[in-house]
Ligand binder design. Structure first.
Ligand code: NDP
Length: 484
């Protein structure tokens, strides 16, 4: 050990123990409060992307299973959940929040094993925020008359909810909590590569004694998602995922009575003015693009630096990138964990190659990547322009194209030159610049002198091809009610 490990410059390994984690060999579908086998009898495997190790098998739901789940949700809606006193509904949601807190370590470890994100992030961000979401919306359950003064808020019925792999439990919480608080029942589908925390949540919901059928969780691939979307007895579709799939869903909704919200991709401009606190801004850039391996829809994935400080920012950023630890997601020192799947890794490699082919200059630190699993070095691409694919397309990985600008009007124009409109960030000493930038940039979320900060009370969502509707805060209640 000592001859391989340099104690002077490296951190000693600090792996999180997985001894107390219970993962079943096989998970069936969670329908009507029970775990039931899929009609087809088919299961598929879920793996740890950092090691390749098989973790478990989950059921593949087909149309018959989705139909069963929707029927259970409808029955629960009609017979119990929509009739229950709002205060009682709130108590169940508070209970889920509390139980998640109590079991946060277990959930964090499983999230990291199934998805590849660093344990520090699942422990300090994903799980506490998921619990906070349930806590926040539990509080709204019996106060809807204050959310919509002078109006009566009625639940919609059965909500079909489809979530991606980048924040599996957190996205489940974003979807479930407001829907439940407003009195709807649910059929939820987690992503194919990260189903485990959703299945653990099913166990927790069973323990919390939620009436059967109020929450149903069906696993499967995209086909299962489309069965939910097209089911005639679904009243509301809530989708988070890629813009490509969002467009397919939106087309299929045309002419139907279903309400829908779409949380899609992004390509946020992260803007550094020459009067910014540069050291803090560099930390903000790092957090903006390397958090969760860059698998973040609102990541600061296009960097714009004012010319006068471009050299300083580049040099400090490279220095900071050299210190980032890429490695086992279960190690508490790790900054950048595993890429979620081979498919995503291939996509990142292909896009970086396009940057190289288009004369981009690539910078990557000189670090070693683990031999097994899917890993990618933090990457900076300079010498690019607005038309480059790496500037236009969502890479969804730890890759940052950097450009410079001279004036505020120039950077506003560049920032808005994208099909997306989800988020953005600005670093400056001047409040006036912050106000101008935040007013002129068409993005649902803007951060000033910080980045990637989330709170259940704050609405989240995009413009343009980043989707429609808001999740979080008071705004997040609206998509789950009919106002009369
Ligand atoms: P996808 O759109 O491929 O998948 C999202 C979910 O939809 C998954 O559960 C997927 O199933 C399912 N799905 C796939 N095809 C269909 C279909 N035809 N009908 C219904 N459901 C379907 O996205 P990713 O999972 O690859 O997630 C990454 C993308 O999500 C990125 O582009 C990112 O920007 C975006 N995203 C947006 C967020 C936001 O809030 N705006 C937040 C997080 C991510 P399966 O994966 O099992 O095949």
């Amino acid at each position: 050990m000592t001859d391989q490990f340099d104690f002077a410059t490296e951190y000693a390994p600090a792996p999180e123990s997985t001894d107390h984690i219970q993962i079943e060999d096989q998970y069936s579908l969670f329908i009507n409060g029970e775990f039931v086998k899929p009609e087809s009898g088919k299961y598929f495997s879920t793996h740890n992307p950092a090691t390749g190790e098989k973790l478990s098998e989950v059921a593949k739901a087909d149309s018959a299973d989705v139909d069963k789940a929707v029927k259970a949700a409808r029955k629960a809606y009609d017979s119990t959940w929509s009739k229950m006193k709002p205060k009682e509904r709130g108590k169940y949601i508070f209970r889920i929040s509390r139980m998640l807190q109590e079991r946060s370590r277990e959930f964090a470890i499983i999230e990291t094993m199934d998805g590849g994100k660093p344990i520090r992030e699942s422990r300090d961000v994903d799980i506490p925020l998921a619990s906070a979401h349930f806590f926040y919306y539990a509080g709204w359950a019996d106060k809807l008359e204050y959310a919509f003064p002078g109006r009566k808020a009625r639940p919609l019925g059965v909500a079909g909810q489809i979530i991606p792999w980048n924040f599996p439990l957190l996205m489940a919480a974003w979807k479930l909590a407001p829907a439940l608080a407003c009195g709807n029942t649910i059929v939820l589908k987690p992503a194919e590569t990260t189903p485990l925390t959703a299945m653990k949540l099913a166990e927790l919901i069973q323990e919390a004694d939620l009436p059967p059928g109020v929450v149903n969780i069906v696993t499967g691939a995209g086909k299962t998602g489309s069965e939910i979307v097209s089911h005639p007895d679904i009243n509301k579709v809530a989708f988070t995922g890629s813009t490509a799939v969002g467009k397919i869903i939106q087309k299929s909704m045309a002419g139907s009575q279903k309400k829908y919200t779409l949380e899609l991709g992004g390509k946020a401009a992260h803007i550094i003015f020459d009067d910014a606190a540069i050291n803090q801004a560099v930390e903000g850039i790092v957090n903006g693009i390397f958090f969760n391996q860059g698998h973040v829809c609102c990541a600061g994935s296009r960097l714009y630096v004012q010319e006068g400080v471009a050299e300083e920012v580049m040099s400090k950023l490279k220095h900071r990138m050299d210190t980032l630890i890429v490695g086992s997601p279960l190690d508490k020192n790790t900054d950048i964990g595993a890429i979620n799947s081979k498919m995503q890794l291939d996509k990142i490699k292909e896009l970086v190659q396009s940057g190289r082919d288009e004369a981009g200059i690539i910078y990557q630190p000189d670090c070693n990547l683990p031999k097994n699993g899917y890993f990618y070095k933090p990457t900076l691409i300079s010498n690019v322009s607005q038309s480059h694919r790496v500037v236009q397309e969502e890479i969804f990985g730890p890759v940052l194209p950097i450009q410079t600008f001279r004036t505020i009007d120039e950077v506003i124009e560049k920032a808005n030159n994208t099909p997306y409109g989800l988020s953005g960030g600005v670093w400056t000493d001047k409040g006036a610049k912050i106000f101008k930038i935040t007013q002129k940039i068409r993005a649902g979320i803007m951060w000033a002198n910080t980045f990637n900060k989330f709170d259940p009370a704050s609405p989240f969502g995009g413009y343009k091809e980043s989707g429609m509707g808001r999740e979080g805060g008071l705004h997040g209640l609206y998509p789950y009610v009919e106002l009369v």
